[in-house]
Design a protein around this ligand. Structure first.
Ligand code: NAI
Ligand code: MG
Length: 498
C-alpha cells in the first residue's frame, strides 16, 4: 500500500488518553474513565478518549454559560467575523491532518475527492458564516397603536447550545454547528459521536489556536446515553442542535421538554432518486450509484430508493452493477480505495442484517450482497457495495434507513406513479431526478416532498444553500441564511415616545 500523505497527527495519537475541553482547559472526566476509539479498517484501537458523564456535562454547561454572560456576549459583530475567519484559516492550514484523522477514525477513504467542489469545504463554511456575523439585525416595524409609539426587533443569540453530532463526516458534523454558533454569539458544548471523537478533540485544540475565547466552545467526548442525554436534560442548555437518527431525535424531543429547549434536528432519510428513460444514462448511472455508495452509504441524504422508468430499467440495473463491481473496497488509508469500511462493528451488524433480509424479502441481488469476512480486510467492518433489483415498495429494505452501501432499484411506468411512490415514506430529507426534459425536472422538483431536490446530480452542497428535512427527517435548516434563525431569538421592543 502506498504511504499515506504526511500529517502531524502523531501528537494526538501518542497513546495518552485525550481529555475533555471545558472552559478552555483540558481535563479528565470526573469519573476518570476513558473509552477506545477504533480504526474501522482493522479494528485496532487508535486512541483512548475521556468518557464524560452527567457531572462533566454540568461543568461544561456552566463554562458555556459563564462564557455566554462574559465579554463574548458583548463582542462586536466584526470581532465574531474576524474570529470565524481566523478559525477558517487554521482549519485550512490543518485540513490534511483533519482529513487524515477522519479517515483513520471513521473510515472515509483518504483518496476521496474534496467535497462540495471546493478545496477546503469546512473552511469555506466558516468563511460563509463569517460573512453573516456582521449582517444579523432586526427591523423597524411601523405599528398602528394610537400615539407616537416606536417598535423594532432585535435578534439575540439563544444562549448555550448543546450540539450533538454523529460520526459520518466528523469535520463537517462539528463545523456545521460551530459556524452558526460563533456567527450568532451563542456558546456551545459539542458532543461528538462515540464512534469517531478524535476530530472534535483536534478541532478543540485548533479553536484555541484561532483565538476562540475560553468556554465559548467546549468539547465533551462520551456516549449518547450518558453525556448526550445529560446535556439534553440539563436545564442550563437553551437549545439542542442535533444530527443523527430519527429514533434519537424523537427521544431528544421528549427528553428536552423539561425547560422546553429550542431544537433543530437533522435526522435520517430514505431518499428517492428517479431516473427517467430520457436521462443521459452515462451520467445517471455513476451519479445515482455514488448517490448511494459515497462514504459507504453512511450519508443521511443518500438516494437509496432508485426508481427507474421501465424502458431503461434493465440497462440501468446492469450499468449500476458494473459500476459497483469496479469500486475498490479497501483500507481507508489506501489512496486507491473507493469504498471504505462501515464505522463500527455495530453498524456492520446492522447493515449485514439488511443484506440478509433483502433476498429473504424476495429481491434479486444484481451485485454484492455480502460482508467481507476473509482476506486482508477480515478484521475491519466491510461489506460489498450492493445492488438489489426488483425491490417492492413495501419491503423493509425499501422503507428503513440502512446507512450502508445498499441500492434498492425499483421499476416505474409513469411520472405520476413515480412521485406517489417516491413520497410514500415517513422521511423527507432529499430526492433526485435524472431527465433531459426541463419541464419534467421542474415539475418533479415541486412535487417531491423533501428538503432538497437534485436534478441530474446528487449530494451537491454549498454553505449558502439551506439543508434540512421535511416530515420525519427533521426540524429546521442548516447552512444558508435560514441556519442563523435556528440560533437566534427575536425580541420586540416598544417605545412610547409621547
Ligand atoms: P445516533 O442517533 O444514536 O447517534 C447520533 C448522536 O446522538 C451521537 O453523538 C450519540 O452519542 C448521540 N446520542 C445517542 N443517544 C442519545 C440520547 N439518548 N441522548 C442524547 N444524545 C444521544 O446514531 P447511531 O447510533 O450512531 O446510528 C444509528 C443509525 O442512525 C444509523 O444506522 C443511521 O440509520 C442513523 N444515522 C443518521 C445520521 C444522519 O446524518 N441523519 C447520522 C448517524 C446515524
Ligand atoms: Mg447510537
Amino acid at each position: 500500500m502506498p504511504a499515506p500523505p504526511r500529517t502531524d497527527t502523531s501528537a494526538l495519537l501518542d497513546g495518552r488518553p485525550r481529555r475533555l475541553l471545558i472552559g478552555g482547559r483540558w481535563v479528565d472526566a470526573a469519573s476518570g474513565r476513558t473509552f477506545p476509539s477504533v480504526n474501522p479498517s482493522n479494528g485496532e484501537v487508535i486512541a483512548e478518549l475521556a468518557r464524560a458523564d452527567a457531572r462533566d456535562a454540568g461543568r461544561a454547561v456552566a463554562a458555556a454559560r459563564e462564557a455566554f454572560e462574559g465579554p463574548w456576549s458583548r463582542a462586536k459583530p466584526r470581532e465574531r467575523q474576524a474570529l470565524l475567519l481566523a478559525l477558517a484559516d487554521v482549519v485550512d492550514e490543518h485540513y490534511d491532518e483533519l482529513r487524515h484523522l477522519e479517515s483513520l477514525d471513521m473510515g472515509l477513504p483518504i483518496g476521496r475527492p474534496r467535497s462540495g467542489r471546493t478545496p477546503a469545504w469546512e473552511a469555506e463554511i466558516l468563511r460563509y458564516f463569517a460573512g453573516w456575523a456582521t449582517k444579523i439585525h432586526g427591523e423597524t416595524i411601523p405599528n398602528s397603536v394610537p400615539g407616537s409609539v416606536f417598535s423594532y426587533t432585535l435578534k439575540e443569540p439563544m444562549g448555550v447550545v448543546a450540539a450533538i453530532v454523529p460520526w459520518n463526516r466528523p469535520v463537517s458534523n462539528a463545523v456545521w454547528k460551530i459556524a452558526p454558533v460563533l456567527a450568532t454569539g451563542c456558546t456551545m458544548v459539542l458532543k461528538p459521536a462515540e464512534e469517531a471523537g478524535l476530530v472534535a478533540v483536534r478541532l478543540g485544540e485548533l479553536l484555541a489556536e484561532a483565538g476562540v475565547p475560553d468556554g465559548v466552545v467546549n468539547v465533551l467526548t462520551g456516549f449518547g446515553e450518558e453525556a448526550g442525554a445529560a446535556l439534553v436534560a440539563h436545564p442550563g442548555v437553551d437549545k439542542v442542535a442535533f444530527t443523527g437518527s430519527t429514533a434519537v431525535g424523537q427521544e431528544i424531543v421528549r427528553a428536552s421538554a423539561g425547560n422546553l429547549k429550542r431544537l433543530s434536528l437533522e435526522l435520517g432519510g430514505k431518499s428517492p432518486d428517479i431516473v427517467f428513460a430520457d436521462a443521459d444514462l452515462s451520467r445517471a448511472v455513476p451519479g445515482a450509484a455514488m448517490g448511494v455508495f459515497y462514504n459507504s452509504g453512511q450519508v443521511c441524504c443518500a438516494g437509496t430508493r432508485i426508481y427507474v422508468e421501465r424502458p431503461v430499467y434493465d440497462e440501468f440495473v446492469e450499468g449500476v452493477s458494473r459500476f459497483a463491481e469496479k469500486l475498490k473496497v479497501g483500507d481507508s488509508m489506501d489512496p486507491q480505495t473507493k469504498i471504505g469500511p462501515l464505522v463500527s462493528a455495530e453498524q456492520l451488524d446492522r447493515v449485514a442484517g439488511y443484506l440478509d433480509l433483502g433476498p429473504k424479502e424476495g429481491v434479486r441481488t444484481a451485485f454484492g450482497g455480502r460482508r467481507i469476512e476473509t482476506g486482508e480486510l477480515a478484521n475491519g467492518y466491510f461489506v460489498q457495495p450492493t445492488v438489489f433489483a426488483d425491490v417492492q415498495d413495501t419491503m423493509r429494505i425499501a422503507r428503513e434507513e440502512i446507512f450502508g452501501p445498499v441500492a434498492c432499484v425499483l421499476p416505474f411506468d409513469t411520472p405520476e406513479e413515480a412521485v406517489t411512490r417516491a413520497n410514500d415514506t415517513s422521511y423527507g430529507l432529499a430526492g433526485g431526478v435524472w431527465t433531459r426534459d426541463v419541464g419534467k425536472a421542474h415539475r418533479m422538483a415541486r412535487e417531491l416532498r423533501a428538503g432538497t431536490v437534485w436534478v441530474n446530480s446528487m449530494l451537491l452542497m454549498d454553505p449558502a444553500v439551506p439543508f434540512g428535512g421535511y416530515k420525519m427527517s427533521g426540524w429546521g435548516r442548516e447552512m444558508g441564511q435560514h441556519a442563523l434563525d435556528e440560533y437566534l431569538d427575536v425580541k420586540s421592543v416598544w417605545i412610547d415616545t409621547d
